[in-house]
Design a binder for this molecule. Sequence first.
Ligand SMILES: *Cc1c(COP(=O)(O)O)cnc(C)c1O
Length: 392
Amino acid sequence: MADEADFLAYGRQDIDDEDIAAVVRALQSDFLTTGPEIPAFEAEFAVFTGAAHAVACSNGTTALHLALDALGVGEGDVCIVPAITFMATANAARYCGADIVFADVHRHSGLLTPETFAEALDRAGGKAKAVLPVHLAGVPCDMPQIAELARQHGLVVVEDSCHAIGSREASGAMVGACRHGDAATFSFHPVKSLTTGEGGMVTTSNPDLAARMVRQRSHGIERDPARFARAEGAGEPWYHEMASLGWNYRLPDINAALGRAQLARMPAFAARRRALTAAYREQLQELAPLVSLPADPAGSDPCRHLLNVRIDFAAAGRTRAEVMNALKARGIGTQVHYIPVHTQPYYVQRYGRQSLPGAEAHYAQTLSLPLFTRMERRDVERVCGALAEVLA
Ligand SMILES: *Cc1c(COP(=O)(O)O)cnc(C)c1O
């Protein structure tokens, strides 16, 4: 086992003195939660993505739940979710009482495509209410086509953008600008491209949707007198009303302060992730065709969260477990993104065994190599050198 200090995890956070100072200032302020850091972080995130509105919340899963709830997803509805994603994408729809139709994905990119979406729509049999495209690894889905198909069938679109902070679509818009979707959701978990410890955000162009999510993240409490059901309440300084059943999905000010400091560093983070990805692309050519990294969709400019390469384990005569263990022994951490969600026991129990060949082919060959901003070019060389050794 290599020295622990040299261990390269598949992903990790990047916290500097400015980040720490921002958190300390928040701790010394009058507000630990729902203070001035929240609207400031929301406004800055809206500018960053180009969205009209941004609503902060406690994590990426609650961001998905808030968005689907605000868009009216409920009992009797079906949500179309790609089979290759973190399970939270599907689970959030289940929290609303909706059922899931798992869509297949492209076997190389792991992305939902207009074709796999259309096929899932057929299986949903007219009950589909929402589709949740996932910009896997930070690579944008074909949103113009997916959103057009959704519009034709009367579906709302929530882009699970947890991997795509800082990515640009082919249109030139930032992911999260909501050019095509009704809402986009983000996570600020420490392995994501920007962190608040735990945290999340929903962006949208729709002011009513934003207002509903602000209410729902704090018990459904309405504080805007203009929206009170009981008009006399406007003259009563203590008055607030519970308009609907919400949750405590608030983001603390401490975390929002960290988010603002991290967001200021996001251009540097994105440049670093892009440079490391380019270095990987160059180095991995030597391992072709055993190892490959699918090309980015034409015109898009992903800020990758994951370096999820494809490895032909069968041709290499090594199992994935052997490769992972051998890399780990060389001080290199890897991970698999993801076990297809439709094969998880909970979903098998609910919907039975299903075959989604693209998702299963993607799963069979995927491995995420280390990618985080503190890495250097020589770390990329070390990973690719070790991979060459292990596959030889
Ligand atoms: C991380 C992640 C989530 C959930 O975010 P949390 O902040 O961990 O709740 C949802 N979807 C995807 C694709 C993710 O990667």
